[in-house]
Design a protein. Structure first.
Length: 202
């Protein structure tokens, strides 16, 4: 039962491809992270250049344990790696996953890439895996991430105070969001609407 949540799957739509993260993506991920020097942001989980391989190995180990399934986000036309995103904190018994460990090269930010990736991941979680709940968590100071999650139609569950360490050693509060399966059809329609809007007014 639980294997379904981490079995190999590739998702694609609108020129965006989500494929299982592998060691072969090391160079592509390194290049994507260098676009904007993303590892310098204290509120993200982007690996430093020399930590890219360990980042992938850690994601693969978590997949082995059934806790996380990481994707490389790729331009479906050029094959360029744009970033990474994951299902994590997978709880098969509750049919619950969270979407996180998400980051994109600076050039892919504020484009249709994130919305398309979320559409693919939410659709796969609700429609294929039969999830009851999809969750998100983010740093209380990552306001851009909070706005992006809210735009998806997710509800704010609350704030876990003193919940996790940031990369600079400070302790963060974590904002938790979720969406239930009954809320997905409306959220999906809204996401598709926004993507169509973007396609005609890029």
């Amino acid at each position: 039962m639980s294997m379904a949540f981490v079995q190999s799957v590739t998702l694609r739509e609108r020129g965006v491809r989500l494929e299982p993260l592998a060691l072969a993506h090391e160079e592509g991920l390194r290049t994507a992270a260098a676009d904007g020097e993303l590892w310098k942001l204290r509120i993200t989980s982007v690996p430093e250049p020399e930590g890219t391989r360990a980042y992938i190995e850690s994601a693969l180990a978590m997949r082995e344990q059934g806790h996380r399934f990481a994707f490389a986000v790729v331009n479906d036309v050029t094959g360029q790696v744009l970033g990474s995103t994951s299902y994590h904190d997978i709880v098969p018994a509750l049919k619950r996953v969270e979407i996180g460990f998400t980051w994109y090269a600076k050039s892919a930010q504020r484009t249709h890439v994130n919305s398309t990736a979320k559409l693919l991941m939410m659709g796969h979680a609700f429609d294929t895996l039969g999830c009851h709940v999809v969750g998100w968590r983010t740093d209380n100071y990552n306001f851009a991430s909070q706005r992006a999650i809210e735009r998806l139609g997710a509800r704010k569950d609350g704030v876990l105070r003193g919940h996790a360490l940031r990369r600079d050693g400070t302790i963060r509060d974590t904002v938790m969001y979720s969406m239930r399966s009954g809320e997905w059809p409306e959220a999906q329609a809204q996401l598709l609407y926004l993507l169509e809007l973007h396609a005609h007014n890029p």
